[in-house]
Design a protein around this ligand. Structure first.
Ligand code: PXP
Length: 251
């Protein structure tokens, strides 16, 4: 069992870039958000370089790598182009995510079982370059077993369905999703995989995920950037951190 008191917060800055790109130009600058997040106690910065570059750009990744002292977790699809970019920059971590152009956000987890050989070959050079590789998957034991077989070090569990059910007040569905996340976090940890979680998390949904002892890192973006409009990014991160830490302590 990993050190259950240590729970890292990765702040996803994609949507600072979304706002910037709505007008073109340079503001608001995701790098400035990353530095503020660092000052506010984030343990890492996450950025998703999408194929269509709808938010984070190649130059954002280059600037983050040049100036950031926090570890960068680069989310990307498992394509040759993204592998080249990751190998050029060698971020601390790479998180493989599914990507479809028409989706608004990363709607589901990866379907690893259909392409294990290709993904194992895709991951190997990234790990050789020193990147910690995670795969973004649903709470499904087949995906966890496949993650282990392809050599990923980390699984990031998709919390979107849990958060959506909570927001829609579908409480029996929510409880079912939570039960699955708990069981799969425990199973993944038994298999020797590090466990992360993310997607859709807010002040209301974080505590029940933070309480799960195997989870070592949460990656949160949209809610924090939205909250920052009202109270500033530092305050939003402090508040999230406080809820996470409190949940972890009261286990
Ligand atoms: N983790 C992964 C793998 C993601 O793809 C995303 C969304 O980019 C997040 C976490 C953060 O999700 P949200 O922006 O809903 O907090």
């Amino acid at each position: 069992m990993p050190d259950s008191t240590k729970l890292r917060l990765g702040v996803n800055i994609d949507h600072v870039a979304t706002v910037r790109n709505a007008r073109g130009g340079y503001t608001p600058d995701p790098l400035r958000a990353a530095k503020l997040a660092e000052d506010a106690g984030a343990d890492g910065i996450t950025a998703h370089l999408r194929e269509d570059r709808r938010h984070i750009s190649n130059s954002d990744i280059a600037r983050l790598m040049e100036t950031l002292s926090l570890p960068l977790n680069l989310e990307m699809a498992a394509t040759a182009e993204m592998q080249r970019i990751a190998l050029d920059h060698k971020p601390h971590a790479v998180c493989l995510v599914p990507e479809r152009r028409e989706e608004r956000t990363t709607e589901g987890g990866l379907e690893l079982t259909h392409e294990e050989d290709r993904l194992a070959r895709f991951i190997a050079p990234l790990q050789h370059a020193g990147c910690r590789v995670s795969v973004f998957v649903a709470a499904d034991e087949h995906q966890i077993e496949a993650a282990k077989r392809i050599g990923a070090q980390v699984v990031e569990l998709h919390t979107g369905a849990y958060c959506d059910a909570h927001t829609a007040h579908e409480f029996s569905q929510r409880d079912q999703e939570l039960k699955a996340i708990r069981a799969i976090a425990s199973y993944a940890s038994e298999l020797g995989l590090e466990v992360h979680a993310g997607h859709g998390l807010s002040y209301e949904t974080i505590d029940q995920i933070a309480i799960i002892p195997e989870i070592q890192e949460m990656n949160i973006g949209h809610f924090l950037i939205g909250e920052a409009i009202f109270c500033g990014l530092k305050t939003a991160i402090h508040q999230m951190r406080e809820i996470m830490d409190k949940a972890r302590k009261v286990r």
